[in-house]
Write a protein that binds this ligand. Structure first.
Ligand code: PMP
Length: 354
């Protein structure tokens, strides 16, 4: 049966975000920027000790334990943190809460593709300034009239990180607009813009447990800002769903923050592998951006990216490719373990090095 036009007229029809594949068979999985190492041992220990009540009862709607652990870690007030079901949930609520101007919001033309999806979903007008020839954000493009600004730092999928001064310039030119910095990958890169929170009331920084804390499956993300903007986010959240965070996510998230040593070691292993792989790919003739994330963004002057993507997949090695004409010559490769990267590089050496 086809649905009649009269009905379709009043339905919200959207082009959804397309997530990377989650194959169930065993593959070398370098396609969705997960962390190849397990979470801190405290996480599994807490998970195994979850009480029956933590299944039977609703969770704490304020996620108090997790908020307190984050506030201690980040040295901000508990009223400066908002938590959600991954940073996707947090960012989506930020779009709904903060981008209500008639003026267009700004985000780069090459960036996290979910921004465009949320803008369309919530009917927020937007303009996408172009990156420069080296995939860098041109900060002056963000000095014009706008209804808000959002970009990731490091940007995705380019993996390029901008220093905090760069963010501060944009904040200074946008005193009356909300600026959201999506720091999903910042732990692999450098300093966080959270250091600017107390000086700029227009700044919101989001981060996630999915990448640097190896907890993508648990779905934990958060925003840091001033108490007033956090209150606005909470009011929208409570108008949507009071119980977003499960008991397991609240307890495991708090546990993950206990072990700083493990966190730092995990990150330095990934950074070291990233730098090694970058060098080996360059030896094979690939051009790589100066990645500061847990993934690489690469192109080869003599090999078609889509073809390479398909051949890799055929060999059980999953990476990411987009058909967008602006980046169709590029592949995005998540940094896995040294063993996984060796399988990936051996495949390329056979193909290209020969
Ligand atoms: N921002 C960026 C730039 C991302 O690449 C991702 C991961 N797809 C997210 C946010 C969302 O991550 P999560 O919802 O797992 O926190």
């Amino acid at each position: 049966m086809t649905v009649r036009k009269e009905l379709l007229n009043n339905i919200r029809i959207v082009d959804p975000y397309v997530p990377g594949e989650q194959p169930r068979q065993k593959v070398v999985k370098l396609n969705t920027n997960e962390n190849p190492y397990p979470p801190a041992p405290e996480v599994k220990a807490v998970f195994d000790e979850l009480k029956e009540d933590e299944f039977r009862l609703y969770p704490d709607p304020t996620s108090g334990k997790l908020i307190k652990a984050l506030a201690d870690q980040l040295k901000v007030g508990e009223d400066q943190i908002f938590v959600g079901v991954g940073s996707d949930d947090v960012l989506s609520l930020c779009f709904l809460t903060f981008f209500n101007s008639e003026k267009p919001i700004l985000f780069p033309d090459i960036t996290y593709s979910f921004y465009q999806v949320w803008a369309n979903l919530y009917r927020i007008p937007y303009v996408c300034p172009k990156l420069d020839g080296k995939f860098r954000i041109v900060k002056e493009d963000y000095y014009k009239v706008n209804g808000g600004i959002i970009f990731p730092n490091p940007n995705a999928p380019t993996a390029i990180y901008e220093e905090v001064d760069f963010i501060e310039d944009i904040l200074r030119h946008n005193r009356d607009n909300i600026v959201i910095i999506d720091e999903a990958y910042v732990d692999f890169a450098g300093k966080s813009a959270i250091s600017l929170i107390d000086r700029y009331d227009n700044l919101i920084v989001t981060q996630t447990f999915s990448k640097s804390r190896s907890m993508a499956g648990m779905r934990i993300g958060y925003a840091v800002s001033n108490p007033e903007l956090i209150r606005c986010l909470n009011d929208v959240k409570y108008s949507f769903n009071s119980y977003t965070m499960s008991c397991a996510a609240i307890s495991c998230g708090a546990a993950a923050l206990e072990n700083t040593e493990y966190f730092k070691t995990n990150i330095s292993k990934i950074v070291q592998t990233r730098e090694n792989v970058k060098e080996q790919l360059r030896d094979l003739g690939f051009e790589c951006t100066d990645s500061k994330a847990n993934f690489l963004f690469v192109t080869h002057p003599r090999y078609d990216a889509l073809k390479l993507f398909e051949e890799l997949k055929e060999a059980g090695i999953y990476v990411r490719h987009w058909n967008d004409p602006k980046i169709k010559d590029y592949l995005r490769i998540t940094i896995g373990t040294d063993e996984e990267m060796k399988i990936f590089l051996d495949f390329l050496k056979k193909k290209i090095g020969a």
